[in-house]
Design a protein around this ligand. Structure first.
Ligand SMILES: NC(=O)c1ccc[n+]([C@@H]2O[C@H](COP(=O)([O-])OP(=O)(O)OC[C@H]3O[C@@H](n4cnc5c(N)ncnc54)[C@H](OP(=O)(O)O)[C@@H]3O)[C@@H](O)[C@H]2O)c1
Length: 333
């Protein structure tokens, strides 16, 4: 049993990661940390997760860790994550970071969209944690940058088409838990309920991450139009992609291409009709439907995930399984 620490377990993603690790047949949840909720039991804060452990105030940067911790999931906000990840990495602990701190390979792009990086020397060491794209690099990796929730769905939807992409519009919707536990004006129930609102128009931070990974998949220099919307759901995410292909791809077998890429994937389902967020709720599954619109010639791709699961915590455990040499699906089915 590999012993795992979850830092930031009082947040939505960290608490769920703690639950999945706690129930995992080959992992042992060794410690869960929080600053503001230290001393509270996790099953008091989130009864639905049923993790009977007390949140610890442990300062990972300065204090000794519980002995024999082999791996950690860090569920802090960007900026706060990097120094903690660096401290864990330095002590030889395998880390999955849920924040954006190690996702962008170009430091300049990271600092343009986020904050000044405090551990830039580690950026080249991090493996982008999308197993369907980077499985071999993830096996045995020491530092993994878990993808953003929108990038997870968008990249899985579009990567098979990457060499043929001429133009892409991604229209995305997310439940309110995507914004984390601390409410804001726009995520307040009174603003979000019975409402649908676009946000981050033309400047959302996940855009460079999606472009980076589509470039790696075969679409260098592509600029995507990505617009997320807040919808009145607690959790769930759907991306609808409107794709113009290059002329050479006029006769591309869309269904065959997606089957070739994902037919053997344990957590990607190819659907005969567009998915809804309920189809994947509380699962590590990304459910995809891709079809050519014969009238316009565009290809339409729809992908649904649970933002807290495949978009964050369960994908982190999928990565941890690969990093620790376990069955990739352990604790996730
Ligand atoms: N929510 C999602 O759907 C989702 C999806 C993909 C990725 N993510 C990423 O996962 C991370 C966690 O997201 P979340 O939604 O779980 O956020 P959250 O609910 O706001 O939780 C954040 C956690 O980090 C701790 N924290 C906050 N500020 C901190 C700081 N300055 N230093 C150290 N700890 C701090 C919080 O507890 P204390 O303040 O008590 O320490 C809490 O445990 C973020 O980087 C987010 O971008 C989230």
């Amino acid at each position: 049993m590999a012993r795992v620490l979850v830092a930031g377990a009082s947040g939505y993603a960290g608490a769920l990661a703690a639950r999945i690790v706690h129930r995992h047949p080959e992992l042992e949840l060794e410690a869960v940390t929080s600053r503001s909720d230290a001393g509270r039991r996790l099953d008091d804060l989130y009864p639905q997760h049923r993790v009977p452990m007390v949140l610890d105030a442990l300062d990972i940067e300065t204090e000794a860790l519980p002995p024999d911790v082999e791996a950690a999931i860090v569920a802090y906000p960007h900026g706060a994550s990097a120094p903690v990840v660096a401290a864990l990495h330095e002590r030889g602990i395998k880390v999955v970071d849920l924040s954006a701190d190690f996702r962008l390979r170009d430091l300049g792009v990271y600092e343009e969209h986020y904050v000044q990086h405090t551990a830039p020397e580690l950026v080249p060491d991090a493996v982008y944690g999308l197993p369907e794209r980077y499985r071999e690099q993830l096996r045995g990796a020491d530092l993994v940058a878990n993808p953003g929730c929108y990038p997870t769905a968008s990249i899985l939807a579009l990567a098979p088409l990457a060499p043929y992409l001429a133009d892409v519009v991604i229209d995305a919707k997310s439940g309110v838990s995507g914004a984390g536990r601390t409410p804001t004006q726009s995520t307040h129930f009174v603003s979000a309920d019975e409402n649908v609102t676009p946000y981050g128009v033309g400047r959302h931070r996940h855009t460079p991450e999606i472009e980076q990974e589509l470039a790696a998949a075969g679409a260098p220099g592509l600029r995507v139009s990505f617009t997320p919307h807040l919808v009145p759901l607690d959790q769930g995410e759907l991306v609808s992609c409107y794709v113009t292909l290059t002329d050479e791809a006029a006769d591309l077998d869309i269904a065959g291409l997606f089957e070739e890429h994902y037919g053997a994937e344990p957590f990607v389902e190819l659907a005969l009709r567009p998915p809804g967020v309920r189809d994947v709720r509380e699962s590590n599954v990304c459910r995809i439907h891709a079809v050519r619109d014969e009238r316009t010639g565009r290809v339409l791709v729809f992908a649904a995930i649970d933002n807290l699961w495949k978009g964050a915590a369960s994908q982190a455990v999928q990565n941890l399984n690969l990093m620790l040499g376990l069955d990739e699906t352990a604790g996730l089915c």
